[in-house]
Design a protein around this ligand. Sequence first.
Ligand code: FE2
Length: 150
Amino acid sequence: MNVFDLLRQDHERVRRIFSELAKTQGGQKLARQELFYELKRELLAHSHAEEKAFYPKLVDKPPTHDIIEGGINEHRQVETLLNRIEAMPVETEEWMSAVTDLDQMFEHHIHEEEAEVFPKARQLLPNDQFDPLGEQVKEVEDEEKRRTAH
Ligand SMILES: [Fe+2]
């Protein structure tokens, strides 16, 4: 699969988990924990794969340099917030409000990537790299997910 479709699928998968999470009540502790675990695994695999296999192709190119640097920063913010949420009691309103903040942070990432990074990357990278790059990103993700399996 080409790298753009693959990353878009990741984004959709994460979006679905967020919307499942939003439907849970404080009493559904186990459901929240399971979904949060799933979310963390997807988010980390996604950011690490982007940083290892996709961003390096774009960070040295002037049209994408700043936005890629910003993207890496945002990944660190996502990780910090993931850790904060993990330390909070899952049944509380504070927990859900932090999850909502994370959702918004990730929506911003999705928007920036799909609206700005992907169109520029399509121009900057050779077409015959789209599929191999997709495979590389997928490999890093699979590896990462195996490492963090239950
Ligand atoms: Fe992304």
